[in-house]
Design a protein around this ligand. Structure first.
Ligand code: AMP
Ligand code: MG
Length: 401
């Protein structure tokens, strides 16, 4: 049995960064950036009208008001996508549409609502400041600005930024291929009737979802029965995965065959028990370059140990910044009484903000209660020596998102 931090180090030492590849914009969502993205050009590339109206020189309409309109000569019409060659001179205005580049010597745009056409002239009923209704070049992104950091997972806005910089593809870290195998004679897939003594498989699906959310390419390989041959067939199918995750069958019961099955399949044990609660039977081993995690079958234990060990491995492979960045502190909302001896990870619900951030332990901490994971945003970390933790104590928390 090893300590939590040793176990984390053992995983970190074996989770190697994956290579970068070129990814088309359409497939970039959720990918980990391999390099910082720097704006090579300003966005927008030119000063432009942000309103439909008239481009003019603010000085010409300085005294304009509703009862004292300024009258200017209209020298043309500029839709978005076109460029005006000449300048706007004193006493002149150019009709301009939103998105069109501001012509030379104009310094403001008056909204069409504040104007009134008068033949080939226009009456301006309002004064404007210089720069009013004009989007400056580089207003969104300045040239040379480092706008996206390597190791960040691309979200929708980041995809938009890449596109606004004209990038059709981006260098992203290859996703780790992660295979998931559920185990257990009692487990059946949702959509079929369980029959007496059987339950539906939640882990296979929850772990697959967690792996995808963490940025892995997840392959769910179904349920292995509690027999060596059944497990072996699925281990064969998982051979090309970077990471293999199994749930169930890692305790000390008569039908817990996973650890033995993995060893006889050539998986070298790194650890096979960790002094934590939940998750004590968690197994970690390697087979060549493949990392193999045997997580306990209890749904909460499976998900908690995924967060503690598998997610950091995925993040290291994706070259993401250290997951310990997500460690925080909060004030415990109610007292805890625990059996000492193992490092506890309790599901907790956050309330308040800033230095007043509080965390309330989820009322039911049983390892079979998946609902606790649904409602909780954090794991409260309680040292192995603590038997009673009073309300108001500041505790470490690990974010689950
Ligand atoms: P095990 O670790 O195989 O001893 O399983 C511990 C508990 O978790 C048992 O009550 C199992 O029925 C349950 N369990 C195991 N695998 C799953 C699964 N894939 N989905 C839901 N519950 C499971
Ligand atoms: Mg089992």
């Amino acid at each position: 049995m090893i300590e939590y931090h040793e176990a984390r180090r053992a995983v970190a030492a074996r989770a190697k960064p994956l290579p970068a590849e070129s990814v088309a914009l359409a497939a970039a969502l959720g990918r980990s950036l391999a390099r910082d993205v720097v704006a090579r050009r300003p966005v927008p590339p030119f000063a432009k009208a942000t309103m439909d109206g008239y481009a003019l020189r603010a000085a010409d309409v300085r005294l304009a008001g509703p009862h004292r309109p300024a009258e200017l000569e209209v020298i043309g019409d500029l839709p978005a996508g076109r460029v005006r060659r000449g300048a706007v001179g004193p006493g002149q205005a150019l009709r301009i549409m939103t998105g069109a580049p501001l012509p030379a010597r104009a310094d403001a745009v008056v909204m069409v609502e504040d104007t009134e056409p008068a033949g080939d002239r226009v009456r301006i009923r309002r004064a404007v400041r210089r720069g009013e209704n004009v989007g400056a070049a580089g207003e969104d992104l300045a040239r040379g600005e480092r706008v996206l950091q390597r190791g960040s997972l691309l979200g929708p806005a980041a995809v938009g930024i890449l596109a606004s910089l004209g990038l059709a593809s981006v260098r992203a870290v290859r996703r780790p291929r992660l295979a998931i195998i559920a185990t257990g004679d009692e487990i059946v897939e949702p959509g079929t009737e369980p029959g007496p003594g059987r339950i539906w498989n939640s882990n296979g699906h929850a772990l697959t979802a967690l792996a995808r959310q963490a940025g892995a390419e997840a392959f769910y390989l179904g349920i292995a029965r509690d027999r060596a041959a059944s497990l072996r067939r699925r281990l064969q199918a998982a051979r090309s995965a970077d990471i293999l995750v199994l749930s169930g069958g890692v305790s000390v019961g008569d039908y817990d065959l996973v650890k033995e099955g993995l060893r006889s399949f050539g998986v070298r044990t790194v650890f096979s028990e960790v002094r934590i609660k939940p998750g004590k039977p968690a197994f970690f081993g390697v087979r060549g370059r493949q990392l193999v995690f045997g997580l306990p079958g209890n749904p909460t234990s499976a998900l908690v140990t995924f967060h503690l060990f598998v997610r950091p491995a995925i993040e290291a492979m994706l070259r993401r910044p250290g997951p310990d960045l997500r460690v925080g502190r909060a004030i415990l909302g109610s007292a805890l009484t625990l059996k000492p001896g193992r490092l506890h990870f309790l599901r907790g619900i956050l309330a308040g903000t800033g230095p007043a951030l509080r965390v309330e332990p989820f009322p039911d901490q049983q390892s079979g209660v998946l609902k606790s994971m649904l409602r909780s945003q954090v794991l409260i970390v309680v040292p192995a020596a603590a038997a009673r933790v009073p309300k108001g104590r500041v505790v470490d928390i690990l974010r689950l998102d």
